[in-house]
Write a protein that binds this ligand. Structure first.
Ligand code: NAD
Length: 528
């Protein structure tokens, strides 16, 4: 069972409104907890860390499998909640929120016991007679802080990973899309052991207070600015922190690419989730020989996107390509970038400004974007992509890397040797070749960024290890033997140690063993 924290009635607390982005209606309010309530959460979290760490990996996976069954059974009502708070389409919610969460549980079900088992590693001859092991153990309590753009999947993915690895979880959702009560309902409804996951509702201030409780790890997904603040805050306590931040992802199309497929890849990659995806395609870099044809094909496809702008409010919610943007402050930021680009001479191929004060910015494609425009370098977290021509491979790579971010990228060409060469040259955490946002579709592939896109990797084997204390263990016999490296150091011993070093790096194993036996004889002479 999970716990919801709320502030007692007699304590002054901040109340935050949660609204439906499609119509601005208030859905409910959340009240930020006070310091006593936050302290109590961590007291419980430290207790339940013991409960989950005592469970075997299989027991944790079995409990998560029941949760997976519960989510599958209740998926439509979960989608209702996600859609009402984010404004995304039901198809997006089904695939990128529900499916990817269930897929991760299924993946861990097949691999986590192996990936978290004790590991044997070789022991060098110089440490003859000993055994080397790696134990993968829980860290304790993990604090997970999430953004609003994928409020279900970007919360559940780190929560599930923390649970598989045996940690208790304190989870703070975004104040924009907290999905109040939903995770508690899922954990309780599927019979998950009590209080191992606790949800704390609130904004930045609540997030800061949670860090002050000194969890054993902070896993943060969100903006670059908040990531820097959180890292600085965690540094005060030396709390390990993992940061999954923003991007300005390139999408390179060479002259031999299949244009209709690449254009449709760019279409989905740029506008899925209304462009509010950390790995959305932001800079489409196209060979000059196919630039006009590519832009024409993409613009034509964009005209056919079913958005809330062409549809009446009563259209069937399952029959939409795009929803609306989620957060009003992001709508304003994206509009500011469009206005700035227009004022400085950019070319709007299609889309542009809002027609009204809704959250519906039309899907927009912009050319002639120059470095003095805000959107050249800043993340554009909305349905806007820019298109840039290039002359040759070197220029394509230079343009792709001309960003302080490095999250994901895409390379389109018929020449797979070139594709691999370019994939290696892009400074990034993820590359899809002749596809887009595809690495995220495989739970076995680690996910994370380089440069200002963050640090750390989650998912895959590496992801499980990043939520674990990796403990190295050397096992020796309980003999009366003394180690040659121990005191005392004598001239005779030094001569033998010299021979040991020479034989270890320039000699044979037999020579090393022979010198080792000499050192042992010396030790015996001294002690007995
Ligand atoms: P945000 O950084 O404003 O907020 C994210 C979360 O952090 C919220 O829960 C917020 O309350 C909390 N928070 C903010 N400042 C804090 C502080 N100082 N201490 C503690 N908690 C704090 O981000 P957002 O607007 O919700 O999300 C959009 C951003 O997230 C975009 O930049 C996007 O690219 C990025 N993102 C990255 C990934 C990824 O995996 N790399 C995935 C999704 C979104």
């Amino acid at each position: 069972m999970a716990t919801t924290i709320s502030t007692p009635d007699n304590v002054a607390a901040t109340t935050l409104r949660v609204t439906n982005p499609r119509n601005g209606e208030e859905l409910y309010t959340i009240i930020e907890p006070d310091a006593t309530a936050i302290e109590a959460v961590f007291t419980t979290a430290r207790e339940t860390a013991g409960t989950i760490s005592a469970m075997t990996v299989r027991q944790r996976l079995d409990a998560l499998q029941k949760m997976s069954d519960y989510i599958l059974e209740h998926k439509e009502s979960i989608i209702d909640r996600i859609v009402s708070e984010t404004g995304k389409t039901r198809a997006e919610a089904l695939l990128t929120e529900i499916f990817s969460t269930l897929d991760l549980i299924q993946y861990y079900g097949k691999t986590a016991e192996r990936d978290l088992a004790d590991q044997k590693v070789p022991t060098p001859v110089i440490l003859f007679g000993k055994k080397s092991r790696i134990f993968l153990e829980p860290l304790g309590t993990v604090l997970i802080i999430s953004p609003w753009n994928y409020p279900f999947n970007l919360s559940m993915t780190p929560i599930i990973t923390a649970l598989v690895t045996g940690n208790s979880v304190v989870f703070k959702p975004s104040e924009y899309t907290p999905l109040k009560g939903l995770l508690e309902e899922i954990f309780d409804g599927s019979g998950f052991p009590k209080d191992i996951v606790q949800v704390v509702y609130g904004g930045k201030n609540t997030g800061r207070q949670l860090i002050d409780q000194q969890p054993n790890k902070v896993f943060f997904t969100g903006s670059e600015a908040a990531g820097k603040a959180i890292m600085a805050h965690c540094a005060q306590y030396l709390i390990p922190v993992e940061l999954e931040l923003g991007g300005k992802d390139p999408f390179i199309v060479f002259e031999d690419a299949n244009i209709p497929r690449a254009a449709n890849g760019a279409l989905w990659g740029s506008y899925t989730n209304c462009g509010q995806t950390c790995t959305s395609v932001e800079r489409i870099i196209v060979h000059e020989s196919i630039y006009d044809k590519f832009v024409e094909t993409l613009v034509d496809e964009m005209k056919h996107l079913k958005t809330p702008l062409q549809h009446t409010p009563n259209c069937h919610p399952n029959d939409m390509d795009m929803g609306c943007m989620t957060a009003d402050f992001q709508v304003a930021k994206v509009e500011e970038q469009i206005d700035d680009a227009i004022a400085k001479g950019a070319k709007i191929y299609i889309g542009g400004k809002r027609q009204d004060d809704s959250h519906n910015i039309p899907p927009t494609l912009i050319g002639n974007v120059t470095p003095d425009m805000i959107m050249y370098a800043e993340e554009t977290f909305g349905p806007v992509a820019i298109v840039i021509p290039f002359k040759d491979e070197a220029e394509a790579i230079r343009l792709a890397n001309d960003t302080r971010y490095g999250l994901s990228s895409s390379v389109w060409t018929d020449d797979l040797v070139r594709a691999e060469r370019v994939a290696r040259a892009i400074v990034t955490g993820n590359v899809s070749i002749n596809n887009v946002l595809a690495t995220q579709g495989n739970a076995a592939l680690p996910f994370g960024g380089t440069k200002a896109s963050g640090m750390g990797r989650y998912k895959g084997t590496v992801g499980l290890h990043s939520f674990s204390n990796i403990k190295s263990v050397m096992i020796d016999k309980n003999s009366g033997r003394f180690e040659p490296i121990w005191y005392p150091y004598t001239a005779e011993k030094y001569a033998l140690l010299q021979r040991l070093v020479d034989s270890a790096f320039k000699g044979t194993i037999l020579q090393t063993i022979f010198v080792g036996l000499g050192l042992e004889r010396l030790e015996k002479k001294r002690h007995y």
